[in-house]
Design a protein around this ligand. Structure first.
Ligand code: NAP
Length: 267
């Protein structure tokens, strides 16, 4: 039996176990997906211990995504994003990957939204914002990063390079009307029925991905739908980061429909 898992703290409400176990059931794989909740002081021991015990792969979530970077060999994307959310133990040394970026890219491609040569706006510059900005820039988009703390947006834009620029949230009324693609990578919309983007800036030629998945239907997505925009909820990003991890670990095409159904059943 192969063992996969999630390393984080806390992990009890994670949707990754049912999503991955649905994939194993669909394909008849002899595998389990379990959660591990080490204390931060034990992170290195946990990763080395998982490797020694023959764990095949780990997802990594808050608060360990940055700290795991130094415990594995990160691929180019994970190193640039500065965070690892997937560890693969198949080789001589554990490798680290960032499938949140693939989650953004594949959410758009699943909805037939092209990214090459498009103007994208990423609102937020934390973990999700970094993954989104690199995903969009690597796919050929020009990326405007708008963040409450403009210094964090500037640091992200500098890391991304020539394809990115940095702004405060006050630039959104000017940026969004000319954009093709918008990602909300802030937590705004989770706690209260609020949107980080003025509704008047949204338009019918825009595709909007909201990384927030609780609730699924955020104020931003409602406003975007009212404006005639294409809307993509945060469960798609969550799904496709898991799909990408599954495919990386197993080398198989993921059963996307079964994983999506398991996820949405619980949201
Ligand atoms: P994070 O690293 O803590 O970053 C939070 C971001 O939100 C920062 O840019 C922060 O701006 C901004 N922000 C927080 N409160 C704000 C407010 N009141 N007004 C304006 N901006 C505010 O968090 P994260 O890991 O990137 O997660 C961000 C969101 O994405 C969360 O809702 C999370 O659940 C979601 N997420 C979804 C997926 C998925 O698969 N769907 C994956 C990862 C994350 P400052 O820099 O100014 O503080």
């Amino acid at each position: 039996m192969q063992v996969f898992g999630l390393l984080g703290n806390p992990v009890e409400h994670s949707l990754s176990p049912p999503m991955h176990e649905a994939a194993y059931a669909e394909l008849g794989l002899d595998a389990r997906y379990v959660t591990f909740e080490p204390s931060p002081d034990d992170l290195a021991a946990a990763v080395h211990g998982a490797d020694a015990l023959g764990v095949a792969g780990l997802n990594v979530t808050i608060p360990f995504k940055q700290d795991v970077l130094s415990l594995v060999e990160p691929d180019d994307l994970a190193a640039r994003v500065g965070a690892v959310n997937t560890v693969d133990f198949a080789g001589d040394a554990p490798t680290g990957h960032n499938t949140d970026a693939a989650g953004v890219r594949r959410s758009f491609s699943h909805h037939d939204v092209a990214l090459a040569d498009r103007d994208a706006v990423v609102v937020g510059a934390g973990g999700a914002g970094r993954a989104a900005a690199f995903a969009l820039a690597d796919a050929g988009a020009s990326v405007s990063v708008a963040n409450r703390t403009v210094e964090t947006a500037a640091a992200l834009a500098a890391d991304v390079g020539d394809a990115a620029s940095a702004h405060g949230l006050d630039a959104l009324p000017d940026l969004v009307p000319d954009a093709d693609v918008l990602v909300n990578a802030t937590s705004v919309g989770m706690e209260a029925d609020e949107s980080p983007v003025p509704a008047t800036a949204l338009h019918a030629d825009l595709a909007v991905l909201d990384a927030v998945y609780a609730p699924l239907e955020t104020r931003l997505l409602r406003d975007a739908a009212d404006a005639g925009a294409t809307t993509i909820d945060g469960a798609w990003m969550l799904l496709f980061q898991g799909v990408e991890a599954f495919e990386l670990w197993t080398g198989l095409d993921a059963p996307v429909a079964a994983m999506n159904a398991a996820l949405r059943e619980r949201l």
